[in-house]
Design a protein around this ligand. Sequence first.
Ligand code: HEC
Length: 126
Amino acid sequence: MKKIFILSLMLFGVSLTACATMSPPEPTPTPDPFIVQGQNVFNARCATCHALVPDTIIIGPSLYGIATRAETRVAGQSAEEYILLSVLRPGDYVVEGFNNVMVTNLAKELTNEDMNALVAFLMTLK
Ligand code: HEC
């Protein structure tokens, strides 16, 4: 009886050490809900004309890397401003080789929050 008790104590000790040396699980990155909201807006409103993979033209240019490109589009405009204005006033700057066919009432159909989430999402596309 005593032997079994000692044996189980030893087993208990071994499993304790095993637990202690096990590395903690990798933290799974939780997607920012605001960015996810923006991506949903994009999928619903913009994906019909804009791809997110490089060099793919649907009707408009691919928005792959738009956050980086947007910096350099219009002098004096930040990337965020450029992206926002692309939706609010799409006629202001027309990408070379394209006709401005973006509907100007897109922004009116979006809530401010959706609009901000959309810009936040596009700003992740570096
Ligand atoms: C009917 C098709 C269509 C829809 C829908 C559309 N776009 Fe566009 N978009 C275009 C075209 C065509 C251009 C290029 C001409 C221009 O600059 O206006 C463009 C240009 C852009 C640009 C500038 C890209 C660059 O490289 O400078 C951005 C940013 C953009 N769109 C964002 C959006 C967002 C965000 C939405 C959704 C709210 C949207 N578009 C919906 C057709 C569309």
